[in-house]
Design a protein around this ligand. Structure first.
Ligand code: 26V
Length: 807
């Protein structure tokens, strides 16, 4: 270790001086970070090369995970951990008189995603490498990530996120592997010498897709996979085609910025272009690789498994059809057969308003050949499925309905596997949302409950907890996550429970220091830290928590002493820029924070903290400090949730509805170790169908609710005239679409129980321990192993996993 540290220090100093021509002592933290990153490249370079060449030489079956979003977080510590170099690097860097943790924080956190879907993709990349699955990620190298969020007078303001302003040390530009992507123009089908129809293109625009590769390093194994992100550029040899700066800019526009997840999905031309750009570039890359293997086309599905993360990359399907038909001369039947064996699709949402649909004329204008292929898929669908199941079913499941391309329909029809992301979600898909598809192809449907990588979310985010676990049960849990359940045996071990509380306290102090420094708010680490961190959306019901805070406010005002347990309500959330209602909720919570935090009578018992610019790095700071995990979506709406798993793994107790993966969390940790409340999914459906819910009755008949809602419009909360009125109306006048008022009393009861439970630290710590012990079940290592076995049919590499572990 000592000589390793010395070598590392020497190499680091040389690396720094080579790069900047002065000593590391004079550098900035960013420079120190960049030198460290560049040094690391030498440590994984060989393994990366070997993994890639092994996959090629052995003609290994590979997975290609297509996602419009990735949220990898900072990569320095993660790469060091997986390489087994974390302690060496820390000792070496600190030994040079630098601050390792400060240097770590100088890395930018790439916000190339909106939320759960993007973070899941990154957990999967880490887990595929760590379980030795030959998995590649395909995505877009957005020039600007998701906007940077600022609060001005409590309102969300969006600023551009220029994440590439410094060198990105992890990526490698591979210009030599660039491919071209065609847009627009017209296409004519002309018979060739064999009398086959071949497309002839006129006036198309050609754009270069340049790949940037980032290594995905496996944990303590030899695997280094690749995340390939494509950037749109003007083709070098075709520069004359883009003469004006406007024309050249239009090309770069395609990968300029990530689209925010909007409450009401609206097809936008640029988004369609982005999606096709990713699909075409990725599929061409796969085809090029496959052609290098010199195999028959019929062997394509044996070598390639393509997974599409939600419907966003669905155009991969017609794009591969296009290449097989037009460039490779396969028949429709041969090509479709290959498609079907190759593709699988994950659904991440059942919200109807988020479903992707594209107007046929827009697709026609932008991607004329692709639209022809979609029409042919549609024609054959009616022919075959109509004959088998009748025209009504064929119509309801068609790829094109009412002049709109239905992305989900296309994805489901073409794929051999369609999965939901938690048990309840999959059941809802099968029985309601996608029931007609289940009818025509029952065997396609399956569930794969989401997971999280414990490496990032426990080992890196919560080193003190990880060390404590090591001390008790050894280190096996680090490569075999279910072994964390051995902790269960210690649930009555007073010493351990005390240590657990001490770790939590230290993490709370660390977050409190951040809040004091960044927001100038003092929070007490002895208070209960109550955390809700996720995209801002009406169905996730951040507003329910806001109403609960107002309730506490009045309880304290009216009867000081009625609330005994001090709490800090912590929020982190971004709202899509055009999602007006979500932004109003942000303003309400910020205004409420002003009211509560500045009222000495109240602030002793309630503090409200809405952190700015929530993302992966902030999550890593907040989650280890949480006591209570808010998972309070309206039952049936949250596909899975993954912050529920991260919080549980860090010893927070869940308060939640039986929604998404909360159901599995309940099953594995036991009903006594979380706080459940509210309507169940079937009760929500029945209530909706019966039309008997009148939210105004709750307002008029429940004095507590009336009091709270009046607070929104009577000036108690400063500066929310408009927002308060709109929110009031949504709950009273527009019948409370997400049943907040219906669930309110049961929510507050559960919150009061949580208060009570928190007052017995020993018992609370025992429940924390049981949550941590159950969290191994939610390792994304198991999730990807299930995908590998049941969907992708790929073998994990040599690794430490026991096959029983994930069955
Ligand atoms: C939606 C849309 C709508 C169309 C325009 C572009 C766009 C981009 C992103 C999104 C995000 C919605 C999908 C999503 O993040 N779903 C979440 O996926 C998590 C991982 O499976 C899951 O845990 C969450 O419950 C689910 O909301």
């Amino acid at each position: 270790m000592l000589s390793e540290v010395k070598t590392f220090q020497k190499e680091y100093m040389t690396q720094f001086e080579d790069l900047y021509a002065y000593s590391y002592e004079e550098g900035t933290d960013t420079e120190r970070f960049l030198a460290l990153g560049l040094l690391l490249r030498r440590y994984y370079g060989d393994r990366w090369k070997e993994s890639v060449s092994e996959y090629r030489q052995d003609k290994k079956r590979q997975v290609y995970y297509f996602s419009m979003e990735y949220l990898p977080g900072r990569q320095l510590k993660s790469n060091l951990l997986n390489l087994g170099l974390l302690q060496t690097a820390r000792t070496a860097i600190d030994g040079l008189g630098l601050d390792f943790d400060q240097i770590v924080r100088a890395e930018v956190d790439p916000a190339l995603g909106n939320g759960g879907l993007g973070r899941l993709a990154s957990c999967f990349m880490d887990s595929m490498a760590s379980t030795g699955i030959a998995g590649n990620g395909c995505g877009i190298r957005y020039r600007y990530g998701l906007f940077k969020q600022k609060f001005v007078n409590g309102h969300q303001i969006e600023l551009p996120e220029n994440w590439l302003r410094n060198l990105n040390v992890w990526e490698v530009r591979r210009e030599g592997k660039a491919v071209t992507v065609r847009f627009g123009g017209t296409v004519e089908l002309v018979p060739n010498a064999d009398n086959d129809l071949k497309p002839v293109y006129h006036n198309t625009q050609t754009i270069l897709a340049v790949p940037y590769d980032t290594p995905q390093i496996g944990y303590h194994n030899k695997t280094v996979n690749t995340l390939r992100l494509f950037s749109a550029e003007v083709p070098y040899e075709d520069e004359t085609a883009y003469q004006t700066p406007q024309e050249r800019n239009a090309v770069k526009q395609i990968t300029e910025v990530l689209y925010p997840d909007d409450s009401n999905y609206e097809g936008r031309l640029l988004r369609l272009k982005q999606e096709y750009f990713l699909c075409s570039a990725g599929i061409q890359t796969i085809v090029n690789h496959f052609k290098g293997l010199k195999l028959e086309w019929s062997e394509f599905p044996e070598k390639v498994a393509i997974h599409i993360n939600d419907t966003h990359p669905t155009l991969c399907i017609p794009e591969l059809m296009r290449i097989l038909l037009d460039d490779e001369g396969l028949s429709w039947e041969q090509a479709w057969n290959i498609i079907h064996k190759t593709f699988s699709y994950t659904n991440h949402t059942i919200l109807a308003e988020a479903m992707e649909r594209w107007p046929v004329d827009m697709v026609e204008r932008t991607l004329p050949r692709i639209m022809q292929i979609i029409w042919e898929i549609n024609r054959r669908h009616y022919l075959i499925k109509g004959a088998l199941y009748g025209q009504d079913i064929a119509h309801k499941t068609a790829p094109v309905i009412d002049g709109q391309v239905q992305m989900a329909h296309l994805a489901i029809l073409a794929s051999h596997s369609v999965n939901g992301v938690a048990k309840l979600h999959t059941e809802i898909l099968e029985n309601y949302t996608l029931r007609n598809f289940k009818l025509i192809s029952p065997a396609k449907f399956n569930n794969k409950t989401n997971g999280i990588t414990l490496r990032r979310w426990v080992m890196l985010a919560n080193e003190p907890l990880s060390n404590l676990i090591d001390q008790r049960i050894g280190k096996e849990w680090r490569s075999s996550p279910k072994e964390v359940s051995l902790l269960k045996a210690y649930q009555t071990d007073k010493k351990l429970l005390k240590e657990l509380l001490a770790v939590k306290k230290a993490n709370k102090e660390r977050f409190a220091a951040y809040v004091a420094d960044q927001m100038n708010i003092e929070i007490d680490p002895n208070a209960l830290f109550d955390v809700q961190i996720k995209r801002l959306h009406a169905y996730k019901r951040q507003l329910l928590q806001a109403l609960h805070i107002i309730d506490r406010y009045w309880r304290i005002k009216e009867d000081p002493g009625s609330i005994q347990q001090p709490r800090v309500f912590i929020f982190g959330a971004k709202a899509a820029p055009s999602y007006h209602y979500a932004k109003e909720i942000i303003k309400l919570i910020n205004a409420l924070a002003d009211l509560v935090n500045n009222d000495p009578e109240v602030s002793e018992f309630i503090k409200v903290v809405f952190v700015e610019n929530y993302g992966v790095s902030l999550a890593e700071l907040i989650i280890p400090s949480a006591d209570l995990s808010e998972q309070i979506s309206l039952s049936g709406k949250e596909a899975s949730g993954t912050s529920n798993m991260k919080l549980m793994a860090n010893g927070a107790l869940t308060i939640g509805t039986l929604d998404g993966a909360n159901v599995e969390i309940r099953d594995s940790v036991g009903e006594d170790n979380l706080f459940l409340f509210g309507l169940k999914a079937d009760e929500v459906e029945n209530l909706k169908a019966s039309h008997i819910y009148h939210s105004a009755d709750y307002y008029h008949n429940n004095p507590r609710i009336k009091r709270i809602l009046d607070t929104l419009i009577d000036g108690t909360i400063p500066d929310i005239e408009e927002e308060g009125r709109d929110i009031f109306d949504s709950l009273v006048t527009y019948n409370d679409e997400y049943f907040l008022l219906k669930d309110f009393d049961s929510f507050v009861d559960a919150q009061d129980q949580a208060d009570l439970a928190f007052q017995d630290p020993h018992e609370w710590a025992r429940k924390c321990l049981l949550n941590i012990a159950a969290s191994g079940n939610f390792s994304s290592d198991y999730t990807v192993l299930r995908y590998a076995k049941e969907i992708w049919k790929v073998d994990p590499g040599l690794h430490l996993f026991n096959i029983q572990d994930f069955s």
